[in-house]
Ligand binder design. Structure first.
Ligand code: SF4
Length: 353
């Protein structure tokens, strides 16, 4: 059957068909993805008021694409105390943040309590604030470093106040590419296993894909289909976030960068292929806000949030260090012809603008 017709019939696509979607012209592909987006969410575009906190950049791992870790290209090593994390959290919550997105490097100098205590102290002070924390790569690091099982780490996260997991550390699942990018870090099957265990606890998470470096189109489709398979079993992913590779300050010698055309096609294809993951997020910190606004017409229904401050992508060249003001964010979504909807971390609607 004709590929376009298959998409219109909402039939599932194979790996080969997913790759073949890239051969469609961008307007046809965008329209197909937009039809699905509109079916699910109309013109609504979701965002939340969040604060990213990155408590340390000291890392035992050596991912080639990383510009954030102090063991790679970042000369400014730091590790926050619990009090410093709590202070940032307090200021963020007082200025309206409803979600704290806490992701750290893999710090071998601090124990499990350094990670968990920060969540616990925030939760004790602000019980209704949603804590999204600990990528599967961090969970695996605590397992490797301190001999805890994945189950033990995940249970500790819940006991100490973590509400949902971010999708980081997925990078690209293809084993050969992954070995080259970040050998030693959580493997693809371990990443999926950790999220499966998290979902089995009744909890939700995001899933990411880092693209635009040395991977092929086929690797991207393979990545999406591995997520689709797990989602069929658990239903626990609430959003898929294609992260555009940031090119500065790292050891990955990429010379050919993605065009906006290829990035938009990838958003659109993810909307078409991932028929069981509700939200496709154009994370503007990696795509730029301008492209994220256009991505709303290519299947994306979520623009993440105001961020307030961000250290990981901005270390590699992204213009996200200071986030965006809420009024500007809302105005930009409206001007692009969409309806801004402030959501909580689990996609309950809080305010329609
Ligand atoms: S990407 Fe994360 S795990 Fe890899 S080196 Fe950077 S901080 Fe460490």
């Amino acid at each position: 059957m004709d590929l376009i017709q298959k998409v219109k019939n909402r039939q599932r696509l194979t790996l080969q068909e997913g790759v073949a979607l890239y051969d469609l012209d961008i307007f046809t592909l965008g329209k197909l993805a937009d039809e699905i987006r509109q079916e699910k969410f109309g013109k609504k575009s979701y965002f939340n008021i969040n604060r990213h906190i990155n408590p340390t950049n000291v890392c035992a791992d050596i991912c080639k694409f990383c510009a954030y870790s102090a063991s790679r290209k970042n000369p400014n090593q730091y590790t926050m105390t619990h009090e410093e994390v709590l202070d940032i959290a307090t200021k963020a919550i007082q200025s309206g943040a409803k979600e704290l997105h806490i992701v750290s490097a893999h710090n071998p100098n601090d124990g499990v309590e350094w990670y968990m205590g920060a969540f616990r102290k925030i939760k004790e002070k602000f019980p209704s604030t949603h804590i999204k924390a600990m990528t599967a790569a961090e969970v695996d690091f605590l397992h490797r470093e301190h001999g805890l099982s994945y189950d033990e780490v995940l249970d500790l996260m819940i006991e100490n106040g973590v509400d949902s997991m971010p999708g980081g550390g997925a990078e690209i699942f293809d084993e050969e590419i992954r070995d080259y990018l970040c050998k030693g870090k959580v493997t693809s099957s371990q990443w999926l296993e950790i999220h499966q265990k998290w979902h089995q606890r009744g909890k939700e998470s995001n899933a990411t894909m880092l693209f635009g470096h040395i991977e092929s189109r086929e690797h991207r489709i393979d990545h999406m289909l591995r997520l689709r398979d797990l989602q069929d079993k658990t239903g626990g992913f609430n959003a898929f976030i294609p992260l555009v590779y940031q090119r500065e300050n790292n050891f990955l010698k990429v010379t050919k960068f993605l065009t906006a055309h290829e990035i938009l096609k990838t958003y659109a294809i993810s909307r078409i292929l991932l028929d069981n993951i509700p939200h496709i997020k154009a994370y503007w910190a990696t795509s730029t806000i301008n492209l994220a606004l256009i991505a709303q017409e290519f299947g994306a229904d979520d623009l993440d949030g105001t961020i307030q401050k961000e250290s990981i992508q901005s270390a590699a060249g992204a213009k996200s260090a200071n986030g965006l003001a809420m009024d500007d964010f809302v105005a930009m979504i409206k001007n692009a012809g969409f309806i801004p909807v402030q959501r909580d971390s689990l996609y309950n609607e809080l305010e329609v603008y």
